[in-house]
Design a protein around this ligand. Structure first.
Ligand code: ZN
Length: 569
């Protein structure tokens, strides 16, 4: 039995994600996890919320809540939505967990011991009234370029000019409004990634079969300009993981926290510990430590392309730099962006469909199927309501749903709700079985290769075979002349249903469950196609399932298109 460790990029805590976020990490990770479980392999699938940093503090302030309370609430909201989409995490953790605090501090200590952390003195805006340093987003003033009076410390939203807080005219704190600000010296820790450039490049060169999108981004960061840069790993913030060297205090770092980019990927590992702490597992180290059993684990990460630099360089730098035998990623599957109806999804303008809204209007399977079968793999892709309607109505309702409905209802009306006896043992020629076999094996290979769209295409081809068979064999006509022969045809077609359910489960788990329940069989991955189509013997009882998929009407399409065009504040 193969062992698969799977992680999805961890979503940021401040708000509900849109469908583009979903299809860029969590959903394809879930597809792969479900597939590997379906094959009988051992899987640990982890995800979490990314909870530290200024945006979380600001969102909490806007919501009028303490940041810890805000994060706890938003974590629950995101966990519930993930459940709604049937994301089958073995654990959905939190980067603010105790486990991540300890592990992040541990890594920082190991890196310091290895000489891979240096101190840097910087000047930053300090607010007397607030008693703290202010990150860029906490400072506003008048733009020296255009005169806009609410320019932020890092950028003017009016003229888009990049700014330094000292450039602002009449700068003030957005927390207290105080103008008593001064530039003060502050010390920060930097991870010496530049020292690790060769080691990282060598490691990347040993990774086999990574997508071009992944390696080209990594190589660009390694070699462009002055090459890989050292990065600050601390911030002057309250909310975050206190800077410590293992369990020891760090001189001069009192009151500072680790920068969110440093602690967020470490949460992948800490999440394994949370999984054990939650009583769902017993041994996380056999997944994460190559000296404790993780040698035979295949570790796959899923993420949007914007996250690739952190996962190919910064996180591996943390792991390699620690000198400890942590499991490194074997394969990074990265995605381009999903656009929305002629533009981009926009959280601030509420443009596009957000995960909670999606589930309000249609069940998870509809979204899962469309998103995965249109995943932005080789290039950006675009959600349009026309395409969504056409794809759902055709693939799910006309092809799969209609096949199941026709064969089960016809059987019930002529032979009752059990698999009929009689007729040919196998009422198709060898070419049909060979084609089915080839399609199943192609589907498996695409799934192994994480070729999401191609896997969806192969699955659709398998569904289509059933419809074409029914059309050609036409048991309703055969029945009039030769009921025995029709029985053989119906038995064959009924046997395709459990096969479809098992193969389709990674894409549309709810429909798959319904089909298995109706056919009264367990999930069992098909061996040969020839065996799979004889699984249900004559006399096996089943129940006609409820309509699997409804069609999206033109009225619905138009209403939704208007509703999600961008008004949400
Ligand atoms: Zn401006």
């Amino acid at each position: 039995m193969a062992r698969h460790l799977i992680t999805s990029a961890i979503p940021y805590i401040n708000g509900i994600k849109h469908l583009g976020n979903l299809v860029g990490s969590q959903l394809p990770a879930d597809l792969f996890a479900r597939y590997q479980r379906g094959r009988g392999n051992e899987v640990l699938f982890l995800c979490a919320t990314d909870e530290h940093g200024t945006p979380a503090e600001l969102a909490a302030a806007k919501a009028g809540k303490p940041v810890a309370e805000y994060c706890a609430e938003m974590h629950e909201v995101q966990a519930k939505i993930a459940e709604g989409f049937r994301l089958s995490f073995d654990h959905f953790g939190r980067s603010s967990s105790d486990a991540n605090h300890k592990l992040t501090q541990h890594f920082a200590g190991r890196l310091a011991d290895a000489g891979l952390i240096r101190e840097v003195s910087e000047t930053q805006m300090y607010s007397h009234a607030d008693g703290r340093f202010l990150p860029d987003r906490y400072i506003e003033g008048t733009c020296p370029n255009c005169g806009f009076d609410s320019a932020r410390g890092d950028q003017c939203d009016n003229c888009t000019k990049q700014l330094d807080p000292v450039d602002l005219i009449n700068p003030h704190s957005t927390i207290s409004g105080s103008t008593e600000l001064e530039m003060r010296e502050t010390k920060h820790l930097y991870l010496c990634q530049s020292q690790m450039k060769d080691q990282l490049e060598q490691w990347i060169d040993t990774r086999e079969g990574w997508p071009v999108l992944t390696t080209s981004i990594a190589k660009k960061w390694l070699n462009d300009g002055d090459g890989l840069q050292d990065r600050g790993i601390t911030r002057d913030l309250d909310w975050g993981i206190p800077v410590k060297k293992g369990d020891q205090d760090w001189d001069g770092m009192e009151g500072k926290v680790f920068y969110v980019w440093f602690d967020a990927p470490i949460e992948y590992i800490a999440c394994g510990q949370e999984w054990v702490d939650a009583g769902k597992g017993t041994d996380w180290e056999r997944w994460w430590r190559t000296d404790k059993g993780a040698d035979d684990v295949t570790y796959t990460q899923f993420m949007g392309k914007d996250n690739v630099p952190f996962h190919t360089l910064s996180f591996p730098a943390t792991i390699l730099g620690s000198g400890e035998p942590w499991k490194l990623v074997d394969y990074i599957k990265s995605f381009n962006y999903l656009n929305y109806d002629g533009g981009q999804f926009s959280t601030s303008r509420g443009r596009g469909v957000f995960m909670d809204q999606a589930l309000d209007i249609l069940p998870a399977d509809y979204w899962r199927w469309w998103l995965l079968s249109h995943a932005p793999e080789s290039s950006d892709s675009e959600f349009t309501w026309d395409n969504f309607q056409a794809s759902v109505n055709k693939d799910l309702a006309d092809v799969l749903g209609n096949f199941v409905s026709r064969v089960t209802k016809f059987c019930r009306s002529k032979f009752g709700e059990e698999v009929p006896a009689g007729g040919d043992e196998l009422p198709v020629d060898q070419a049909f079985i060979d084609q089915l076999e080839a399609n199943i094996r192609a589907y498996e290979q695409f799934m192994e290769d994480k070729e999401v769209r191609k896997a969806a295409g192969a699955l659709r081809a398998i569904w289509v075979m059933g419809n074409e068979y029914l059309q050609e064999a036409a048991p309703w006509s055969t029945f009039k002349e030769d009921p025995e022969k029709a029985a053989g045809q119906v038995r064959f077609a009924l046997n395709l249903i459990p096969l479809y359910a098992v193969l389709s489960a990674p894409f549309i788990p709810d429909a798959a469950d319904k089909l298995l329940e109706a056919m009264k069989v367990d999930a069992q991955w098909p061996g040969s196609a020839a065996d799979a189509v004889k699984r249900l013997p004559a006399g096996h009882a089943f129940a006609v399932p409820d309509n699997l998929f409804g069609k999206i009407s033109d009225d619905q399409r138009e209403e939704w298109q208007e509703r999600f065009a961008g008004t949400r504040d």
